[in-house]
Design a protein around this ligand. Structure first.
Ligand SMILES: Cc1cc2nc3c(=O)[nH]c(=O)nc-3n(C[C@H](O)[C@H](O)[C@H](O)COP(=O)(O)OP(=O)(O)OC[C@H]3O[C@@H](n4cnc5c(N)ncnc54)[C@H](O)[C@@H]3O)c2cc1C
Length: 422
């Protein structure tokens, strides 16, 4: 591609997960054909390797890509259901929360109708040049330029340093489980490390496939269910995000840390399914196929013959847990942004090394007067627990669009809070 052929866009979004899809859906009404999304994957998909049997969403279907700010938008979940002819079937199935596979299909349907998504493009480096804008390198070439940039990179599995040494064929992250199942010995001991939703889903998958010796280790004092009560859901409202902008950084961090179980925990339905599958297994085997070990911090693991020995602290001391296979459901971390070092240097970071995110989701950086950088899903400690999930996607996208175009393109209404936060 010669220099003159490199397309220059108003805005480029890197990543086409739900966060940037919501942005693209709302963008087209304001500035059609001016946003392009660059996505590494070859097609639209959503956590495809974590679509284990029967998994459900953790959020209401009302929280789709658009409806919270524009319920008349053609890419609403209800329009998807009517267009696919499945609305009556879905209503009749009486799901409290919809299957994750249905949400994935909804995203694929919406993606097909959003212009300007370029699949199979992995952005290796984002640079910046004064007067030219941002540049995007892929496969050793500059493939695009833009005035503004929105990072929607999502997250990648995280394995703590003490456990990373065992990663291989028999010790793997949850994304590998489905592919490994056919070769695994169902009678052999399997340990699942991680007491969150993904750990729970891996345990269910193993029990569902007839594994007879599963150990589930979690750090929290018990396998804690998610708090989905009305007061917990008040944290997932624009009014609360607005309140958070008014408190000091320290207070904000303390408040947000106390809200972890409202999102980063196990759905009661998944826990019930595990207890019932374990009971069924006990009736079949005369012993429980699953042993639960909460309050365990697995600090290291060593290879031992064909398997592993896990070392954990427990409420009464230390213990060793032997395992033939280990599933490392030890969390996720933000995907590192592929920013050129020269661009990173221009961005303000706080004393923990995190990029500083302002209330409109823009980064504070030297060139922000003319060229904006926005981040999706990286502002937990400024915007609260809702930032890491799907509940306020259109609200965040609307905030970004309003800031980018310097006017209230979208109105965010949360007019009836009954809680006085401060
Ligand atoms: C299994 C699972 C289930 C979840 N379920 C829920 C739920 O029910 N409710 C809820 O509220 N939250 C849920 N979450 C949390 C969160 O909402 C999701 O992770 C959501 O996908 C985040 O959207 P995103 O667009 O920010 O990131 P992602 O969906 O991860 O999308 C990021 C995209 O960026 C692309 N990308 C990354 N780097 C580059 C690059 N350099 N170049 C080009 N493309 C790149 C990736 O390929 C990816 O497609 C779930 C998370 C997981 C892991």
């Amino acid at each position: 591609m010669s220099e003159i052929d490199i397309p220059h866009h108003h805005t480029v979004g890197v990543g086409a997960g739900p966060a940037n899809l919501s942005l693209a859906a709302l963008f087209e009404a304001v500035a059609p054909h001016r946003l392009v999304l660059l996505e590494r994957r070859p097609v639209s998909t959503w956590h495809p390797r974590l679509l284990l049997s029967g998994v459900r969403m953790q959020t209401s279907w009302l929280k789709d890509l658009v409806s919270l700010v524009d319920p008349t938008h053609r890419l609403s979940f209800v329009n998807y259901l009517v267009s696919s002819g499945r609305i009556y079937a879905l209503i009749n199935a009486q799901f409290n929360v919809i299957p994750r596979r249905e949400y994935q299909r909804y995203l694929a349907w919406a993606s097909e109708q959003i212009e300007g998504i370029e699949y199979g493009v992995s952005v290796d480096e984002i640079g910046f040049e004064e007067g030219v804008g941002f540049s995007y390198e892929s496969g050793g070439r500059t493939i695009a330029r833009s005035d503004h940039l929105v990072l929607g990179l999502g997250s990648v599995p995280y394995v703590p340093p003490g456990l990373s040494g065992i990663v291989g064929d028999d010790a793997f992250v949850p994304e590998e489980l489905t592919g490994r199942l056919p070769d695994m010995d169902r009678e052999a001991p399997v340990s699942v490390i991680g007491g969150g939703q993904t750990g729970a889903e891996c345990v269910l998958e193993l029990l569902g496939h007839g594994f007879t010796d599963v150990t589930w280790l979690g750090r929290r004092p018990w396998f804690q269910p998610m708090d989905d009560s009305p007061p917990a859901n008040d944290f997932y409202r624009p009014a609360y995000v607005e309140f958070l902008q008014q408190v000091t950084r320290e207070t904000r961090r303390r408040l947000i840390e106390g809200q972890t179980l409202t999102g980063d925990a196990i759905t009661p339905g998944a826990l019930q399914s595990i207890y019932q599958a374990n009971y069924d297994g006990m009736l079949r085997l005369d012993r429980y196929p699953l042993t639960m070990r909460p309050g365990r911090d697995v600090t290291s693991a060593d290879r031992d013959g064909d398997g592993f020995v896990l070392s954990a602290t427990s409420p009464i001391g230390h213990e060793k847990v032997p395992a033939r296979y280990v599933v490392l459901a030890t969390g996720r971390t933000a995907t590192p942004p592929p920013l050129a070092p020269s661009l990173t240097e221009l961005i303000d970071h706080d004393d923990t090394g995190e990029m500083i995110v302002d209330s409109d989701y823009s980064l504070r950086w030297k060139g922000s007067d003319r060229n904006k950088i926005f981040v999706q899903n990286r502002a937990r400690y400024t915007h609260g627990v809702a930032d890491a999930n799907l509940t306020l996607l259109p609200v965040r996208a609307a905030t970004i669009i309003n800031s980018l175009f310097e006017r209230d393109v979208y109105t965010v209404r949360d007019a009836a809070p009954s809680v006085v936060w401060g």
